[in-house]
Design a binder for this molecule. Structure first.
Ligand SMILES: C[S@@+](CC[C@H](N)C(=O)[O-])C[C@H]1O[C@@H](n2cnc3c(N)ncnc32)[C@H](O)[C@@H]1O
Length: 219
């Protein structure tokens, strides 16, 4: 989205932990009342797209998978239903992790690991993953009102630390174009594939509202 230097979106509350804490507190109450896990960012199709790619590549079902900023954890539940057995979700919002734990309990998937972690300051044990997935978390971090550019750089450093050489990184974003993401992840990552996403037409120009890319960590 950026044209000539900076991003075309400004800082927002969506880039802060209090926003997500309050949002997931609400979703937790909603879940307790209705059993509904709440918002699936970028819709069901975004999960199908990721799972389809993993299956097409015949990624072994025991590969270690990290969902960065897992929110309600629904993507992990879908991965487990597909057969993946080594799943971890992290989120810096304790209320998101509380919600994902409730969803995990309802789905009877106690082998999914869930933990409160800030991806910008990951613990040492968070390492050696074969697959990392991000659906909307890099976007949220990019909206932080306090030094978003520095936080994006820290994100890339964290990713280099937690993802094994040769491992795959699947990112879905609505704030960044393919070219911008290639630039953000240029150090240590190679683009493997752009996953098709729905196109929209506005003012005679056709574009994608969501970008989904697969990177490979350099070997
Ligand atoms: C747009 S939501 C997406 C949630 C989930 N990935 C999904 O697709 O439904 C962004 C998520 O990133 C989490 N998040 C933001 N910054 C984070 C950070 N530094 N470390 C870990 N999680 C973070 C938020 O708490 C929130 O759950």
């Amino acid at each position: 989205m950026a044209g000539g230097g900076g991003p075309a979106f400004g800082p927002s509350a969506l880039g802060t932990r209090p926003h997500w804490d309050a949002a997931y507190e609400r979703e937790l109450r909603f879940f307790q009342d209705t059993g509904d896990a709440g918002e699936i960012w970028f819709g069901e199709e975004s999960m199908v797209r990721i799972i389809r790619w993993l299956e097409k590549q015949q990624v072994p079902h025991d590969s270690s998978v990290l969902d960065i900023g897992t929110g309600n954890g629904v993507l992990l539940m879908e991965l487990a239903k597909t057969g993946y057995t080594n799943l971890t979700g992290i989120d810096y919002s304790p209320s998101a992790i509380k919600l994902s734990e409730k969803v995990r309990e309802k789905e009877g998937m106690s082998n999914i690991k869930l933990q409160v972690e800030d991806f910008l300051a990951p613990s040492a044990e968070l390492s050696g993953f074969q697959i990392c997935i991000d659906k909307g978390t890099f976007d949220a971090i990019s909206l932080n009102p306090d030094n978003a550019a520095g936080k994006r750089e820290q994100y890339v450093r964290s990713l280099r630390n937690v993802l094994k050489p040769g491992g795959f990184f699947l990112i879905t974003s609505c704030n960044w174009t393919k070219e911008e993401l290639l630039d953000e992840f240029r150090e240590g990552f190679e683009i493997l594939e752009e996953l098709p996403t729905p196109k929209f037409c506005f003012g005679g120009r056709v574009g994608n509202s969501v970008t989904a890319l697969v990177f490979q960590r350099e070997k």
